[in-house]
Design a protein around this ligand. Structure first.
Ligand code: GTP
Length: 247
């Protein structure tokens, strides 16, 4: 029995570069593809939102003088590069995959059409959502929350380099304590910087759970889907989510 049936996996751009300083690291993306293959094989419907920070970071560029909206659009283009790279690796493992872009670029990817994305998922295709929300000033974490809501996902799996949410940065503070469960409001109040506040608020308002986990540990995605306690679960106080009917 699977704990989650339809999941939205959020992968940062940085996750694609492994230990490199920039770009797409083939062995890392290959590893991610194999992790995804396991999840798809056990029968979940999987959508992915991917970031672009391994190629271009909009916020940083805007601090260096590029106008913020232009910088954000450049960042969105970076996510399209990552989406195409990931699609190729997934297809190497025979995972049927469709890329949908929030900014239309028909020659490269399907445009984002919610109902079409839903059909792809029902048919067992992994859907990668590229170009964020298509709007400047929104992060790809917010895109993940938005798309998760739109496709009626059961959970967001937020892939990171650490194995959950800690009371402080475990890399700097040896006394940092790991939370197994934390509420949205605590994440916001304590400024636990795991997703930006827009993304968290959207999940909070719709009671969509988030599991923050370490993508580098082999088998984690599968374990979460099977209901094992991996990483940190972010949820509301009562933890219930009333899902709307698919249509
Ligand atoms: P079904 O309609 O369920 O059969 O889905 P499908 O995706 O297999 O069929 P479709 O004919 O829509 O797409 C066939 C291929 O073309 C898939 O790989 C799609 O990702 C791709 N495709 C569809 N629409 C577009 C588009 O607007 N741009 C690009 N670049 N590819 C597209």
């Amino acid at each position: 029995m699977l704990k989650y049936k339809r999941i939205l996996l959020k992968i940062s751009g940085e996750a694609m570069m492994g230990d490199m300083a920039y770009g797409v690291d083939p062995s890392t993306v290959d590893f991610i593809a194999r992790e995804i293959k396991v999840a798809v094989t056990i029968g979940v419907e999987l959508a992915i939102v991917i970031g672009g920070g391994n190629i271009f970071r909009g916020v940083e560029a805007s601090l260096k003088g590029i106008e913020r909206t232009s910088a954000d659009y450049m960042g969105m283009l970076a996510t399209v590069i990552n989406a195409l790279a990931l699609q190729n690796y997934l297809e190497k493992y025979n995972i049927p995959t469709r890329v949908q872009s929030a900014i239309e670029m028909k020659e490269l990817a399907e445009p984002y059409i919610r109902r079409k994305a839903m059909r792809h998922l029902e048919k067992g295709r992994t859907v990668i959502f590229a170009a964020g929300t298509g709007n400047p000033y929104f992060t790809t974490d917010t895109a993940a929350s938005l798309r998760a809501m739109e496709i009626n996902a059961d959970v967001i799996l937020k892939a990171t380099k650490v194995d959950g949410i800690y009371s402080s940065d475990p890399m700097k503070d040896p006394s940092a304590k790991k939370y197994h469960t934390v509420t949205y409001i605590d994440v916001l109040k304590q400024g636990l910087s795991i997703m930006d506040s827009t993304a968290i608020s959207l999940c909070m308002d719709n009671n969509l759970p988030i599991v923050v986990f370490n993508l580098r540990d082999k088998g984690n995605i599968r374990k979460i889907i099977e209901g094992k306690k991996i990483g940190t679960l972010v949820r509301g106080k009562d933890g219930t989510r009333v899902k709307k009917k698919d249509h």
